[in-house]
Every structure is written in C-alpha cells, then in structure tokens.
Design a protein around this ligand. Structure first.
Ligand code: NAD
Ligand code: UDX
Length: 463
C-alpha cells in the first residue's frame, strides 16, 4: 500500500519504518529539512534500538523514502498518517498548530480520496477540527474530493518502540468510514495476524483512550512514589511491597517501580492536557491534579536527600551522575528528571561529571549553557574525586559495577540511587553509604519530609 507519514520524529520514523518492513511503499515527510537531509544520507536523528538497521534495510529496498516536499508527500499515499508533535501550551493544553498545519498541507494538495490517520496525541474533538481544516481548503480550491479522518493513537514506548509497533497489544482505531476502516484493517493485518487486536470505535473515544491510558499509568507511578516515601519513614521496603501487591492480578507487576518521578515527552504533557480539557468543560480531574503535583515533588526528593546529607552546603562539591535520559534505551531528554537535578546542583555552585550511554549529545544540545557540567567517556571515568554518585537512569550498564573500583575512585563512598539498582545490605557491606528510594535505610534516613507534609509550591521550591 502507498502510505505517507507526516512527521519524522520518534513516532513518525518508527511508524514509517515498521510499515515499510511489511512491504508497504512509504514516504516520510518532515518540514525540518536538516532532519530529512540526515535521513537521506543514511543518518538517524534519534536513538531507538534496532531502528537504524531497519531504516537501512528498507531504504535499500526502496520501500522507505524521506522528503521535505509537501506536494509530493500528499500525492504519494492514499493513507496519510499525521505524526507531528503536540507539545504543551503555557496553560497545559495541547498545542495543535503542527496538526493543523499538516491538515492544511493535505487540503491544499490532495486531488483524490485520502484517509487521514491521526497518530499524534490530540484532545477529543481534534478529528472534527482536522476534517474542517481540510474541507475548508478543498472549498477554497473549488474541489469536491472525498476523504476520511481516523483517530489512531500510538501507544509505543521509547526504547522498545519497534517491538511495541510490530507486536502491539492493541490498535485503537476511531473510524466512522467503511472504506477507511477496510484499508486500515488491511494495512494492520500483518501486525495482528494471530490475534484480533484492532479495537474499532468512534473517533472521540479513540482520542480519549490515549489520554486515559497515560493518565492511568502516570497515576500508578505517582502512587508508588508516594508509598515509597512513606515506606522510608516506616522502615518498610517498597521493593517487597511492590512484589506483594503486584501478585494480585488486578494490580499486576508492570509499571510499579518507584523512582525519581516520571518524565519524557508524553506523561507530563498528557496529564496536563487532560486536566485542561476537563477544565474547559467545567469539571476538575482532582486525582490527576494530585498525580501531577506528586510527580513534581518526586523529582525533588533525591535533591532534598543530597541537601540534607551535606548539610545544605553544596558549593564547591563535585558529583558524579549516571544517566541523563528520562529512561533507558533512549536519548530523549524531554522532561528528564536529571535536568531538574543538574539545574539545582549547578545553581548551588557544585560541579557535575555525567555519563549516559546514548543521551550525552542530546543533553549537550538541550543544556548548552550548563557550565560546571562535563561529560565522561564511561561510568567509571566520571567517578574520579566525586563527593557522591547520583544514579538517575536505570541503564543495564549501571547494574553490576565494580564496587571496589568505584570506592577507590570516589572521594566519598556515597551513592544516591534514584532507581533502586542495588541491594542496601550488600552496598553497606561494600562500604558504601547508600540512599535508595523507599528501601531499607541503613544510615540515618534522609527524608524529604517537607515535600511529604507540605504540598505547597513553597515546599517544592528548592532554593
Ligand atoms: P517529535 O517531536 O519527535 O517529532 C515530530 C516531528 O514532526 C518533528 O520532526 C517535526 O519537525 C515534524 N513536523 C512538525 N510539523 C510538521 C508538518 N507540518 N509537516 C511535517 N512534519 C512536521 O514528536 P514525537 O515524540 O514523535 O511525537 C509525535 C506525537 O505522537 C505527539 O503527539 C506525541 O504525544 C505522540 N506520541 C509520542 C510518543 C513517544 O514516545 N514519543 C508515543 C506515543 C505518542
Ligand atoms: C509512555 C507510555 O508508556 C506509552 O504507552 C506512550 O505511547 C508514550 O508514553 P514513554 O514515555 O516512552 O511511554 O516511557 P514509559 O516507559 O512509559 O516511562 C515513562 C516514565 O515513567 C519514565 O520517566 C519512567 O522512568 C517512569 N516510570 C515508568 C517509573 O518511574 N516507574 C515505572 O514503573 C515505569
């Protein structure tokens, strides 16, 4: 099938490449000319495991091409996926300017029947908006071409995006047009060969499903983070509690890890956007407001522990940092909790030596003015003469380090672990002062009580 994918970011590139993998003829558009040039030279603008080889294979077979020519891209695919960004506006609502621009492009250039499939995460009602924008362009051109609009939100996770796309647990399809539905069922058939995983519904329900899924997952994480903070005070171990509750199939084991707060390009903005939608419709989502607040506080918990351990005076101190990306297996730095920590430590007059297996170039791009932050060549290389190590991302490479070597390199054997990578008793035996999240506190607990008792902006203010 001839398919166009508008937007060559995390979702667009993965969608285009996976569709090409099953033999479709895919043209991927981006208005960022430098991105298209890079892709046409064989480069890949993002890090996603397996993506580079897959792009290479499909380009070589001429099933996957990249362009910045809008007219060409609209002419190419009967199916036009929109996979552009929907970043937050200042008030938390989703900024739809890129979606609207893509719809305008389609309306200006289409001459035959098109199925416009929205993969971007968009507020309920955007399908109607996209339809209106295209219809207005067609009217201006005096053209009566027919088209269908479909909501097909994407559920892939960065770091596991190819697997998620190739073996989806469901494909949500908001579609009210029979021809479009037949075409998309045919397109997705190879991805759901063994199970019928396509959930056909109306457009509004499909649009809402995406926000509901992210809201539910973010809620789980924030609740676990708050339970972890309480476990620390009570002398309980959140890891044991996690196993204890996960065994209940109604709860399940996935997505129950306490940590430094959720980040990334989806949860923070989607939790905000859904609340905004509710507010615009005259109701409040009180649970989600609390989730957002708890996450903001959680990003500061590790900072408060560092502050308490060093009696508030961090000027002149030097920290090693393992992990910059918001999660492992990605170079995405959008809303990464590490950025909050870095900003704070540097503002206090501390210096940082950081290592991340893939996100250092992106970190440099998003924090170009972070003087006092330097990057090292490997996990051990950044430990030299650091007053403490802070772990912010659970990369596999950090899981079984040589503790004896670490101890020799660090000037103080102190680890603040935001991802609970190690066993507290074992670390104590190795001679480390170890501060995990919600686990056994062998050393006097460094508890960010202010954050837990005082849910005010003041308590979150780290200065
Ligand atoms: P991204 O920022 O990585 O990529 C968006 C791309 O679209 C950019 O390259 C940009 O230049 C391009 N673009 C903008 N306007 C364009 C236009 N008019 N024509 C062509 N290209 C245009 O974004 P992303 O992370 O891929 O997210 C895309 C959408 O998918 C968002 O709505 C997001 O919420 C949603 N989503 C993201 C993920 C994820 O893990 N990143 C997962 C599921 C859903
Ligand atoms: C998320 C959704 O999972 C995905 O379905 C959607 O399409 C896009 O948004 P992503 O942001 O790529 O995917 O990563 P995810 O694995 O969901 O992690 C999000 C954040 O939650 C990360 O900061 C991660 O560290 C944190 N997290 C996740 C936890 O703190 N604990 C957990 O148990 C799981």
């Amino acid at each position: 099938m001839k398919v166009t994918v508008i937007g060559s970011g995390y979702v667009g590139l993965v969608t285009a490449t996976c569709l090409a993998e099953y033999g479709n003829d895919v043209l991927c558009l981006d208005v960022d000319v430098s991105k298209i040039e890079l892709l046409n030279q064989g480069g890949v603008p993002i890090y996603e495991p397996g993506l580079e080889e897959m792009i290479k294979r499909n380009r070589a077979a001429s099933r996957l091409r990249f362009t910045s020519n809008i007219a060409e891209s609209v002419a190419h695919g009967t199916i036009q996926f929109i996979a552009v960004g929907t970043p937050p506006n200042e008030d938390g609502s989703a900024d739809l300017q890129y979606v609207v621009a893509a719809a305008n492009h389609i309306g200006r250039h289409m001459n035959t029947y098109k199925v416009i499939v929205n993969k971007s995460t968009v507020p309920v009602g955007t399908g109607d908006k996209v339809r209106a924008v295209i219809a207005a362009q067609l009217t201006l051109r005096g053209l009566n071409a027919s088209f269908a609009v479909v909501a097909n939100p994407e559920f892939l996770k960065e770091g596991a995006a190819i697997d998620d796309f190739m073996r989806p647990d469901r494909i949500v399809m908001g579609c009210e047009d029979e021809t479009a539905s037949d075409l998309l069922h045919a397109l997705y058939a190879p991805f759901v060969r063994n199970h019928d995983r396509i959930l056909l519904m109306d457009i509004r329900s499909a649009e809402m499903t995406k926000y509901a899924a992210n809201a539910m997952l973010a809620t789980r994480i924030s609740l676990m983070n708050e339970l972890a903070n309480l476990a620390e005070i009570l002398g309980a171990d959140i890891e044991l509690v996690r196993k204890g509750i996960g065994a209940d199939p109604r709860i399940g084991y996935h997505f129950l890890y306490a940590g430094v707060g959720y980040g990334g390009s989806c949860f923070p903005k989607d939790v905000q956007a859904l609340q905004r939608t509710a507010n615009e419709n005259g109701i409040q989502l009180r649970v989600l407001a609390a989730v957002e607040h708890a996450n903001l506080a959680q990003k500061s918990v590790i900072i408060h522990k560092i502050k308490q351990r060093f009696a508030g005076n961090l000027a002149g101190m030097h920290f090693a940092l393992w992990g910059l990306a918001f999660k492992p297996n990605t170079d995405d730095m959008r809303d990464a909790p590490s950025r909050v920590l870095i900003e704070y430590l540097l503002a206090q007059g501390a210096t940082i030596a950081a290592y991340d297996p893939v996100a250092m170039i992106e970190a440099q791009r998003v924090m170009p003015h972070a003087t006092g932050l330097r990057y090292g060549e490997g996990p051990q290389a950044v430990l030299k003469q650091a007053d403490a190590l802070v772990v912010m991302t659970e990369w596999k490479a950090f899981r079984s380090p040589d503790f004896a070597e670490m101890k020799a390199l660090l000037s103080q054997a102190i680890i603040f672990d935001g991802r609970n990578l190690y066993e507290p008793q074992y670390l104590a035996k190795q001679g480390f002062e170890y501060y995990p999240i919600g686990r056994e506190q062998i050393y006097p607990a460094l508890i960010a009580r202010a954050l837990m008792t005082e849910p005010s902006e003041q308590a979150l203010n780290l200065a």
